[in-house]
Design a protein around this ligand. Structure first.
Ligand code: PLP
Length: 483
């Protein structure tokens, strides 16, 4: 055992130490190589060291470098090593946390983690929740719980409301929860990409007049596209007036509530009936940890509790929890440990300081971008995500400008120091910069700004030399074709 871990450790340390120098993306040819890996179930074992060599020499490098300090695409997380160690411990001891009585103290530790999150959000006594594998699953459990709480068993008259900038996992959750696509009302956004509260109120009134049953309002606290935070106090007021379940999707933004500025930006989140958080985003954990926090934890129990003759007795005291009775899962990993260990080792203050630094870096980056000629910041950072685009004179705002910006993005990413991704919002193609990894500091943000400036000069130079050909590199990084 010791030798296995030490050999792996050797590779891991070398890998993590070289992260800053590794390329940002190396997925070209991925389709061909992936197909070449297909093989029948091996009958005989292969030496461990050979497999380690294959993993670290071949399988891992062909990827987007999502753990790099330069990774500012989509929503970064980083992957705290402390959580990886907690996973090793949890998997090696293999205790069972689906029911309280099988490992009461490990279950309590996971319940503590969720209680910390509820307190951070300002949810009252009686709140609770579950750790999921990610935000999508948390949104799914939220939609199903809201459906069970607010609609009859025959629920097909139910309608739900989310902005056109909401994460697509909300619609996916509604479909998986049994609703037809028409049940999901896409509410238009304002100039800051926030849900228009007047439009939401009108949509609810229109549906009620038609005899439908509005039951769920989904607000975003940090949209994935541009980082917009919906007007949570106003939406909470609408939800109360219309007796709608208010779910806040804070998968990206949630843990900024640890900071003063983040709390101010997300004021009103404490009025939610449920909140999605993603520790694998703004708490820097490795992929595989989401959370659903619910104002009334009994709602989760009502939506999930079932028993069977082979199951042990569930806890009757309401301060103790059987996770299988409040979630879709029964057997699963002891995922509370990966959250608990880093938080206990560092204390919240370290996370708060890290998140505060990201807020400051994003504001600084927006300021620097605003100073660049022919560039406009389209979405200012509410938290640590901003969106911008080139806007040189003489290019029509439409497909030509979008093509130029796709080219700009490809140029930035081709330099391999940072990885940005794009988004279409309000009908325009935008570059976005999400500063969220615990490994990302001022030096790498400066590199990003320098690469944007030099790429912009290159693209504008080509523009002067003649009409643009389509961007050869593709607009999003990580193409897997051979060319
Ligand atoms: C990332 C994200 C999700 C989905 O979460 P996963 O953990 O990727 O499943 C949902 N909502 C928002 C706002 C997100 O940023």
């Amino acid at each position: 055992m010791r030798e296995m871990v030490e050999l792996a450790m050797d590779r891991i340390v070398r890998h993590i130490e070289s992260l800053p120098e590794q390329p940002m993306h190396a997925t070209r040819g991925g389709k061909r190589v992936a197909r070449s890996l297909r093989e029948p179930l091996p009958e005989r074992g292969v030496p461990y060291e050979k497999l380690l060599r294959k993993l670290f020499g071949k399988l891992i490098p062909m990827s987007l470098n999502t753990a790099s300090p330069g990774y500012m695409g989509y929503i970064p997380g980083g992957g705290l090593f402390h959580a990886a160690v907690a996973d090793l411990i949890a998997d090696a001891v293999n205790r069972y946390v689906g029911v309280f009585q099988a490992a009461p103290l490990l279950v309590q530790i996971e319940a503590n983690v969720i209680a910390w999150f509820c307190a951070m959000l300002g949810l009252p006594e009686g709140s609770g929740g579950i750790l999921t594998t990610g935000g999508s699953l948390a949104n799914l459990v939220a939609v199903i719980t809201a459906r069970r709480e607010r609609l009859p068993p025959d629920f097909l008259r139910g309608t739900l409301y989310a902005s056109e900038e909401a994460h697509h996992s909300v619609t996916k959750a509604a479909l998986l929860a049994g609703f037809p696509p028409e049940a999901v009302r896409e509410i238009p956004v304002d100039g800051r990409f926030r849900m228009r509260v007047d439009a939401a109120a009108e949509a609810v009134a229109r549906d009620r007049a038609r005899g439908l049953s509005p039951f769920l309002l989904v607000a975003s606290a940090g949209t994935t596209g541009t980082g917009a935070i919906d007007d949570l106090p106003a939406l909470a007021g609408l939800a109360e007036a219309e007796r709608l379940w208010l779910h806040v999707d804070a998968a990206y933004g949630g843990f900024f509530a640890l900071t003063e500025r983040g709390r101010a930006a997300m004021r009103g989140i404490e009025r939610a009936d449920s909140v999605t958080l993603d520790p694998h985003k703004s708490l820097f954990l490795p992929y595989g940890t989401g959370c659903l926090a619910v104002r009334d934890r009994e709602a989760l129990r009502r939506a999930h509790a079932l028993s069977a003759s082979y199951m042990p007795p569930m806890q009757a005291e309401d301060d103790l929890v059987d996770f299988c009775a409040i979630s879709p899962e029964l057997s699963r990993d002891a995922r509370g440990l990966r959250v608990w260990l880093p938080l206990k080792m560092h204390g919240a203050s370290v996370f708060r300081a890290e998140l505060d630094e990201k807020l400051t870096l994003a504001r600084g980056a927006a300021g620097a971008l605003r100073q660049m000629a022919h560039l406009e910041v389209v979405a200012e950072p509410e938290l640590s995500l901003l969106a911008f685009r080139a806007r040189p004179p003489g290019v029509d705002d439409g497909p030509a400008l979008d093509a130029l910006n796709r080219r700009l993005l490809a140029r930035v990413n081709a330099k391999q120091r940072v990885l940005l991704t794009g988004v279409v919002a309000g009908g325009r193609f935008l570059l976005r910069m999400c500063i969220l990894s615990f490994r990302t500091h001022a030096d790498r943000v400066d590199a990003a700004l320098a690469d944007v400036a030099s790429s912009l000069a290159e693209v504008l130079g080509e523009l002067r030399d003649g009409p643009l050909s389509p961007a050869r590199e593709g607009d999003q990084p990580g193409g897997t074709d051979d060319d």
